[in-house]
Design a protein around this ligand. Structure first.
Ligand SMILES: [Cu+2]
Length: 161
């Protein structure tokens, strides 16, 4: 694993310090797919990567797959998964996309699947939103907006629906 990825994984592991929750929810739809509350965190000065998180709900009767993501804020964006290997927290790209089961949902969050915005060009700023485009195998392409929370803030609370 490239060294910078390991360092970024460690940085992500260290930022579970609680914090304010966004008071509003927002969601986006394309075909049978709903993307709930995309959110990110402000980054420390000089950071080259930022995380992106959301819940994907598949209301359809066929599985779908998140294939890719792109945003103007970064040179590239990858879908990552995290795990512990030999006692070290690491992350790696998800090969072949992320499966969303028929009638199921998948939540991306810190310490789990996440979007990694790499080669940051416009670091996310607290209180702002930034756009990104998600491409699904069946549902197609949808542009969503990520709400930027404070550095180290906790995930927004589920609204149990
Ligand atoms: Cu990552």
């Amino acid at each position: 694993m490239p060294h910078f990825l390991r360092a970024a994984a460690l940085a992500f592991a260290l930022v579970f310090a609680g914090g304010a929750h966004f008071a509003f929810a927002h969601e986006f739809k394309v075909g049978d797919i709903e993307i709930e509350h995309p959110w990110s965190r402000a980054t420390p000065a000089g950071a080259k990567v930022a995380g992106g998180y959301f819940t994907i709900v598949n209301k359809g009767s066929a599985p779908d797959r998140l294939l890719s993501i792109a945003s103007d804020i970064s040179g590239k964006a990858e879908l990552h998964e995290m795990g512990v290997k030999d006692g070290v927290m690491t992350m790696r790209p998800v090969e072949g996309g992320l499966d969303i089961p028929a009638g199921g949902k998948v939540t991306l969050g810190p310490g789990a699947y996440h979007i990694m915005f790499m080669d940051l060009k416009q670091p996310p700023k607290e209180g702002q939103m930034f756009a990104a485009t998600l491409t699904f195998e069946k549902a197609g392409t949808v542009t969503v907006k990520f709400a930027v929370q404070a550095i180290g803030s906790a995930p927004p609370q589920e609204d149990n629906d």
